[in-house]
Design a binder for this molecule. Structure first.
Ligand code: BG6
Length: 225
């Protein structure tokens, strides 16, 4: 196989936390009198907490000082954590553990590449702290997606050539970041939204090694092996 490592986004790929992020932001925007819709929320997927707040303030046409913004971001996170703290291994999205096992048995490395600073807590809640060869997250990277830093960092931690990494993401910013990193990108969600990805599936329950090999072939990687 061409692929040596798979890098997974966390929110929206391994676990469905996007709705909790949305509910927490919605509570904040309702309090602030900002109209914030589910469609607006799409722009925040894969984007860091502070960058998300900046997008929201832009939507509401509001300008705030850094200390004010920090306070609002902390409040949103407090509400978000109320949801996260109730999560358990039962919340791992279907097909995730099976696919990770298949990768492991075939000696393909597994990494996490997430913008979330709550990654350690979330992995603990899911019982997945020991499932990854490398973890790059919002606590260890400077630049938010669509910057490729988080995926490049994960590849670097594993010592794997970036061209031999496959990224699984649920958001436009993640697709852009993966492509900028020079990696194969598999989108999880809607074709119409993630159309720049090399392949789009509905969830990891649709993925297996045979499909990955077929994708490598379609992209012409087999000639390099
Ligand atoms: C990403 C989510 O994974 O993490 C974004 O898709 C979120 O919606 C970002 O804003 C940062 O998350 P956190 O947990 O650090 O607030």
């Amino acid at each position: 196989m061409w692929t040596r490592a798979c890098i997974f986004d966390l929110d929206g790929v391994i676990v469905d936390t996007a709705r909790y992020h949305y509910l927490a932001w919605k509570r904040l925007t309702d309090d602030m009198g900002i109209v914030f819709t589910g469609k607006d929320n799409e722009q925040l997927k894969g984007v860091s907490r502070m960058a998300s707040l900046d997008i929201i303030l832009g939507i509401g046409g509001k300008k705030l000082s850094l200390p004010e913004k920090k306070e609002l971001a902390a409040l949103k996170n407090k509400w978000y954590l109320d949801y996260i703290n109730r999560m358990s291994p039962a919340d791992i999205l279907p097909g995730t553990l099976q696919f990770l096992n298949e990768l492991r048995h075939n000696h393909i490395k597994i990494a996490l590449g997430s913008a979330s600073r709550n990654t350690p807590l979330l992995l603990k809640r899911l019982g997945m702290q020991n499932d990854f060869d490398a973890i790059a997250d919002g606590n260890t990277v400077e630049n938010t997606k669509p910057d490729p830093e988080v995926f490049l960092k994960a590849a670097g931690m594993m010592g794997i050539d970036t061209a031999r990494c496959v990224v699984f993401v649920d958001a436009v910013a993640g697709v852009e970041a993966a492509l900028k990193a020079g990696m194969i990108c598999i989108g999880i969600g809607e074709h119409s939204v993630l159309n720049d990805a090399h392949m789009v599936i509905s969830g990891l329950y649709e993925m297996d090694l045979d499909k990955l090999i077929a994708l490598e072939k379609r992209l012409g990687y087999e000639k390099f092996i």
